[in-house]
Design a protein around this ligand. Sequence first.
Ligand code: SF4
Length: 698
Amino acid sequence: REVFAEETIDSVCPFCGVGCLTSVSVKDGRIVKVDGRDGPANENRLCVKGRFGFDYVSSPQRLTRPLIRRDDAPKRGDISMDLGNYLDYFREATWDEALDRAASGLKAACEAKGGAGVAGFGSAKGSNEEAYLFQKLIRQGFRSNNVDHCTRLCHASSVAALMEGIGSGAVTAPFSAAGDADCMIVIGARPAQNHPVAATYFKQAAKKGTKLIVMDPRGQDLMRYAEHGLKFKPGTDVAMLNAILNVIITEGLYDSQYIAAHVDGFEALKEKIRDFTPEAMAPVCGIDAGTLREVARLYATSAKSIIFWGMGVSQHVHGTDNVRCLIALALVTGHIGRPGTGLHPLRGQNNVQGASDAGLIPMVFPDYRSVESPDIRAEYEDAWGRTLDPVRGLTVVEIMNDILAGGIEAMYIQGENPAMSDPDQAHARKALASLKHLVVQDIFLTETAWHADVILPASAHAEKLGTYTNTNRQVQIGRPCVPMPGEARADWELMIEIANRLGLDWSYDGVPAIYEEMRSHMPSLNNISWERLEREGTVTYPADGPDEPGNEILFGQSFPTADGRARIVTTDLVPPDELPDEDFPLVLTTGRMLEHWHTGAMTRRAAVLDAIEPEPVVSMNPRDIKLAGLEIGQEVRVETRRGAITLTLRADRDVSTGMIFIPFCFFEAPANFLTNPQLDPFGKIPEFKFCAARIMPS
Ligand code: SF4
């Protein structure tokens, strides 16, 4: 193994979709410091996670040897987060034994049931190359499209609506475009917590004169900079947004020339929107009619307006409808395709954009090309030399349901933690525990890995080469800074080992070779060779020529749809799936917190971050705390129809009365034991942002 001397290495942050470029200082094979670099998404800035969240890489809890479940291990599904006794559950194995066992179990399920017996979850934390190889492995190796990843849980509804409306699921403009805008809407997103460096661009824009409109059922930091802060009732996005569309249409504030040239569906929208007057919608969404009118006028009449949104929009049973409304706003006003305008779903994970682009989705090959198209499938069958599954696969939550229905028998999970991230955890963990064979490839003994038959110790972001695509469509290189611990190996190497044990005869002489094969299937990466990435560091896709800069602003002249036109899709009021009632009178919403990332597997093992937020909390408005006879700081029990957890009560005036908020990063009190698995019918995303709950002293 290569020993790394004292040096500084250029890389990219492993946490959120902002994609800040970093300089990683290394001494004696350990990371000692991370600084910001002058990247297009961060201009030397870093947030607390990027700067202080690196020591998880050298955690003594890293997996260093392959593990195989003991024949006499306690029942599958028992999770002991006391790492002192993991050898009661697993025994150490050689690489050959572990890889043979991993591949043979997957192969057996495929022989028994065909592709329908196998599924895989890849990772939005891995590189583009790893995402490409993972989906190729499941499709080519098992003739199955049952391959998905955590995009299903964050922006699947955004992608569904964007593909339908404008023919592309990616952002139309980078977040730095806020600085060119006269007006910006931030809805259902909390950038100061979840995209902190992007939030600095939003604050700077607001300070320089961009009129900021923040829409969020919870108050937030960004509202201090806002012209309008709309704390609307949770789950009423469509009512509020359709009321704004109603004002734009009835007051003639739309751009009829733009609509005639580029947009279909306007007449149907005009008809549909008639009943959504601000007066009628004000009691539904909790925002007075006057404010709805002012916001509509501000957005529509500004010369350049842009919309940013997050998972407060997407994680609902009406998530796709929410995004359809945002698309309609941009299309009727012509606020798209010019500097300072556009639509930008703020992507969560560092590589959720890239993993989705690379085909880690059950319906599509790389670049969102349908698996159900005979022509496209024939292209891959030629390239990969095998017949492929002609039917779209199952999504994340559908896979869990299918396991329990006796369908899928074996899974390969790389770098995802569904035992913490899936809704209705008791159900999800029961599904994982009832698999006949589970292979988990990860860097820690995660809650998911405790369910595994075979655990493959893999590589952390800072230990491997790969490309990552941020929320701005900027492709950037992450570089190895430190050696892997013990016998851990790079994820892409492990996939090759499994593929070859399935008889696929894969051979790649390194990450650049994988990138170039992936790129040969992805027109979006035309003109972005590995050499160019090495040379320039960051390239935005699409790029028109090998020496042309990438296009930051998309869809000025036409849309990538069959006829080049965009399409408005109308929406109705659809209530949240589970409304509060006498038994469960509160609305529970879940999400992230600034210091911890997703399920906490990395940041809970980063000393500084865990010291700042060390324990599970539920946040509640102080008035509700008083009314309920509870005490700030006391231990409370939160229950929903699916489960109960115990955690500490925190007062937070930003949380509206009648609501509670719980972050989902704490294994001691997993918020997803409580959440509702009901899916949006289009994006198949669960309703993490709304369910009925109650709280009591523990
Ligand atoms: Fe990393 Fe995101 Fe923070 Fe930037 S904003 S340092 S990418 S976590």
